[in-house]
Design a protein around this ligand. Structure first.
Ligand code: GAR
Length: 193
């Protein structure tokens, strides 16, 4: 990723579907002078996503697109991104799969965070599958997005140890704490900073 010229930060959109705790941590990071990105837009496929409250709190523009007609929603989305001069996208708990055509338009400029040590446990219900398989470790991964689900080039990972009485909820919580630290670090790395 190439940083914007001068003192301008790269205009970034964060896509969410739910709680938005990663969005919150990214907003805080973006407001640090050393951050190469500014967050100028929040996109959600879910009008009830709790994370939308952060957009309001931090006075960031937000848009909801329901993705029921994916092609139409993506076309609208592309024009919203263009109007807002967005150059980078961070997926943060965004539970819709973007089409290859959409991804092509932002080639090398979409990042995602996934709650497992990719390439293991791609897709949904990672924590459940990790526990069922009696893994000793899990973690989280920030990667570039390509046309194949959770398969783009890995930027950074953080490993966590699974405790004896670990549950899906406790593991998700433990990994989420690490996600909030990992995503900003991975962005710096993606910008070679
Ligand atoms: C995070 O654990 C994120 O890694 C995961 O959803 C959660 C969102 O939490 N993402 C995926 O599973 C994507 N396939 P948040 O809304 O509090 O940031």
């Amino acid at each position: 990723m190439v940083p914007s010229t001068g003192c301008n930060k790269t205009r970034t959109a964060v896509f969410i579907s739910g709680t938005g705790t990663n969005l919150k941590s990214l907003i805080k990071f973006s407001r640090n002078a050393k951050s190469p990105i500014s967050i100028d837009l929040v996109i959600s496929n879910n009008s009830k996503a709790k994370g939308l409250d952060y957009a309001k709190k931090f006075k960031i523009k937000k848009k909801v697109l329901n993705f029921k007609k994916k092609k139409l929603s993506e076309e609208k989305l592309l024009s919203i991104l263009k109007i807002n001069n967005i150059n980078m996208i961070c997926l943060a708990g965004f539970m819709k799969i973007l089409s290859g055509n959409f991804i092509k338009k932002f080639k090398g400029k979409i990042l995602n965070i996934h709650p497992s040590l990719l390439p293991k446990y791609k897709g949904l219900n990672s924590h459940k599958r990790v526990l069922n398989n009696k893994e000793k470790y899990s973690g989280c991964t920030v990667h570039f997005v390509n046309a194949r689900l959770d398969s783009g080039k890995i930027i950074l990972q953080k490993k966590v140890k699974i405790s004896k009485n670990e549950t899906e909820t406790s593991l998700a919580k433990k990994i989420l704490v690490q996600e909030h630290k990992l995503y900003p670090k991975a962005i710096l790395k993606a910008f070679n900073l």
